[in-house]
Write a protein that binds this ligand. Structure first.
Ligand code: DC
Length: 226
């Protein structure tokens, strides 16, 4: 124990963090952990049970009733909320619109961070999120901070969401991303900020393969010298 390797990937919404994280995990035979899915599953529980994020008592009791688990299949991570597979539902707009507010709650973050740190103690992992290199694993040896042009990000998200939600518009997505960026960077609890030792990856003009090669060019020398 203690010698597990954590690769931390942080950045704005819809920057391709999970695509890169999955590809990297596959290449290195690490476990991929999507920390955003955890906040999304909590937000889904809050929506279904009409939990008021400002009601401390309701939040605490909800957290006691939420049990999350990851199941990894073919490097796709599937998340269960109290044993129900919710991987698809957490990607839909109702959750996307409320998740930032839920992720800003101190008690929610404390619980998620505890669970995330536990995962990093037992396995080599690639974890993506907003505070992985700053709050969850400040000592991670490899940290990547991803960014991309907001218009490109919205277009990529549109492509991803259209098959499941043909009504969705580019404007709607653009606004949702801007709103989430604002909430994620200005919240009091672990706001999204680049760790000082994180390497910036702006993927506006990069293919997925180019991003993977860039990440490997950082990771491989580290693994060789370990
Ligand atoms: O990566 P994503 O879009 O699925 O994240 C969903 C929300 O959760 C987003 O608003 C930011 C928040 N989040 C967070 O605050 N900390 C993390 N480590 C991961 C996600």
């Amino acid at each position: 124990m203690g010698s597990q390797i954590v690769i931390a990937i942080d950045g704005y919404s819809s920057c391709g963090k999970s695509t890169l994280a999955k590809a990297l995990a596959k290449e290195l035979n690490f476990i991929y952990v999507d920390s955003g899915a955890m906040y999304r599953a909590v937000a889904l529980y809050f929506l279904r049970n009409q939990i008021d994020p400002n009601n401390h008592t309701q939040v605490i009791s909800a957290l006691n009733n939420i049990h999350l688990n990851f199941h990894s299949r073919d490097y796709e991570s599937h998340i269960t909320l109290n044993d129900e597979e919710v991987s698809a539902e957490i990607r839909l707009m109702p959750v996307s619109e409320t998740v930032s507010a839920v992720a800003a709650i101190k008690e929610v973050r404390r619980e998620m961070v505890k669970q995330q740190q536990r995962m990093g103690r037992s396995k080599n992992i690639v974890m993506d999120g907003r505070d992985i290199g700053t709050a969850v694993f400040p000592n991670a040896p490899i940290k990547i901070f991803m960014t991309a042009d907001p218009k490109i990000r919205a277009e990529r998200r549109l492509k991803e969401l259209l098959p499941k939600n043909p009504e969705i518009t580019l404007e709607e997505i653009f606004e949702n991303l801007a709103h989430r960026d604002y909430q994620d960077t200005t919240r009091l609890e672990s706001p999204l900020v680049r760790a000082q030792d994180a390497i910036i990856l702006d993927n506006t003009d990069l293919t997925q393969q180019e991003q993977l090669l860039f990440a490997l060019s950082i990771v491989e020398p580290y693994l060789k010298n370990k």
